[in-house]
Design a protein. Structure first.
Length: 461
């Protein structure tokens, strides 16, 4: 697929994929670790991400196997980068592309897909993978409905892992002269970490592989306990890593440890990479580097560490690189009282919720017993919605027999999650008539608290 280093002319843009540079980290690791930290900078691919590699591999394998024929349609559920790679290959080979994505993805990613002629369908984030509205389910439905369609299915397609085993990993081995001792990489579909790890461990079983996960994802607990715990799942901001299901491409046997990184730490580190190292990379790169810093005591002076940076910062200009967005999320330092202070003062209470399948009358009883004006709704322990008394009143007026119906039939959107370090001044802007509360997550204790309008008023008086 990729041209050899030094090739003067590429026959097409696809020949420019791969052979990305390795760059040494200097400022951020100074005083943190004496190890040699190297970045595998995948932003140098034509689509500015590592997903260009798997796009070519998956499509060419599908062509060989007769699954994708000339004039066919490529369907995929994507957070943006895989879609970009697939769209580039499709443009060269003459395929149509229809992609589904989630509403948490940046506008830049969606616009970039459209620039290559792809059709993009945006689906809700906060639904189970098997929900017919999820971007996984919608893409599967489109594959069935569109004549000549083929779904790339990056999560379970073995070509994803093989692309990194055949291409990315040998490059890392050669660029480090076989000295790589640690691999640090964000885990999403699992193809990158599994393919590279398998190759490196075959050549040196002592290589340690550190998977970077995010709070709200299931990977870490599953690796450590073998339990798929839906209580681990809740909305998070970090893009490109973590999942609420187990992709077949995640080979847990080659990953030595998962390290979780908060949304805030990932976002702040993403910005630091640009300002201190001159590396304009994406959100998962910030998470990977923040994870490395958290793991610093695991490394020695003689170690060579390779960190994979998946994509480019241009796709996050409206988010991590935008000061206003960072302030809205509570990621930039603001003086004054924080959500942590409200919890410490017992102004905010620990989350109390009702199950979505239970009758509405049960929600009313819980709210009355605790004098709640709103309450969260869960399904199998996962926050999926909310109810407030104003909405309940309107529904009872409309249907006096409502009390026997399931809560999920009338529930409202879930309250937003914020980090416990979020300043109260920012919390006050998030609480509105339409959104009467926010959920505060303490990642250290793994506890969730609810803050309401009355809580904010109490501390402002």
């Amino acid at each position: 697929m990729a041209s050899a280093p030094g090739t003067k002319i590429c026959d097409s843009i696809l020949d420019a994929i791969g052979h990305t540079p390795m760059v040494r980290v200097n400022a951020i690791t100074r005083g943190v670790t004496d190890a040699d930290v190297l970045i595998k900078l995948e932003t140098f691919n034509p689509g500015n991400s590592i997903k260009d590699r798997i796009a070519v591999k998956m499509i060419e394998d599908a062509e060989r196997e007769g699954k994708l024929e000339p004039g066919g349609t490529i369907v995929e559920g994507t957070s943006g980068n895989t879609g970009m790679g697939l769209a580039i290959v499709a443009a060269v080979k003459g395929y149509r592309c229809v992609f589904t994505t989630t509403d948490k993805q940046s506008k830049e990613k969606i616009d970039a897909l459209k620039a290559f002629g792809a059709e993009v369908i945006v689906c809700p984030t906060d639904v189970d993978p098997e929900d017919p509205r999820s971007y996984y389910s919608v893409s599967s439905r489109l594959e069935r409905e569109i004549p000549g369609a083929w779904k790339a299915n990056q999560y379970d397609n073995p070509s994803n892992t093989e692309a990194h085993y055949e291409q990315t990993a040998p490059e890392i081995w050669d660029q480090t002269d076989g000295k790589v001792a640690h691999l640090v990489v964000g885990v999403g579909t699992g193809g990158t970490v599994s393919g590279i790890a398998r190759y490196l461990k075959e050549r040196n079983p002592k290589v340690k592989v550190w998977g970077i996960d995010t709070y709200g994802s299931v990977f870490k607990k599953y690796k450590e306990t073998g339990i798929f715990d839906k209580n681990e799942i809740y909305p998070y901001i970090t893009e490109g890593i973590g999942e609420d299901f187990l992709p077949k491409n995640v080979d847990f046997s080659v990953i030595d440890h998962f390290e979780k990184v908060t949304d805030k730490d990932a976002a702040i580190m993403t910005r630091r990479l640009a300002r201190e190292e001159g590396i304009f990379a994406g959100n998962s790169a910030g998470a990977a580097m923040a994870g490395l810093v958290q793991l610093a005591d695991r490394f020695t002076r003689d170690d060579t560490i390779v960190v994979v940076f998946h994509d480019h910062g241009s796709r996050y200009l409206a988010k991590m690189y935008n000061d206003e967005w960072m302030r809205e999320k509570g990621f930039l330092e603001v003086t004054g009282m924080t959500a942590r202070d409200l919890v410490a003062l017992h102004v905010s209470g620990e989350l109390c919720a009702v199950e979505a399948a239970r009758p509405v009358e049960e929600a009313v009883k819980v709210m009355s017993a605790h004098d709640f004006s709103q309450i969260s709704v869960t399904r199998d322990g996962r926050v999926v919605g909310s109810l407030n008394e104003t909405h309940l009143y309107k529904e009872f007026v409309r249907d006096p027999h409502l009390k026997h119906k399931a809560i999920e039939e009338i529930m409202q959107p879930a309250f937003p999650f914020v980090d416990i370090s979020t300043p109260v001044v920012l919390l006050s802007t998030m609480i509105t008539l339409e959104n009467p509360a926010v959920l505060v997550r303490d990642f250290k204790t793994e506890k969730t608290f609810i803050i309401t309008r009355s809580d904010i008023i109490r501390v402002m008086l």
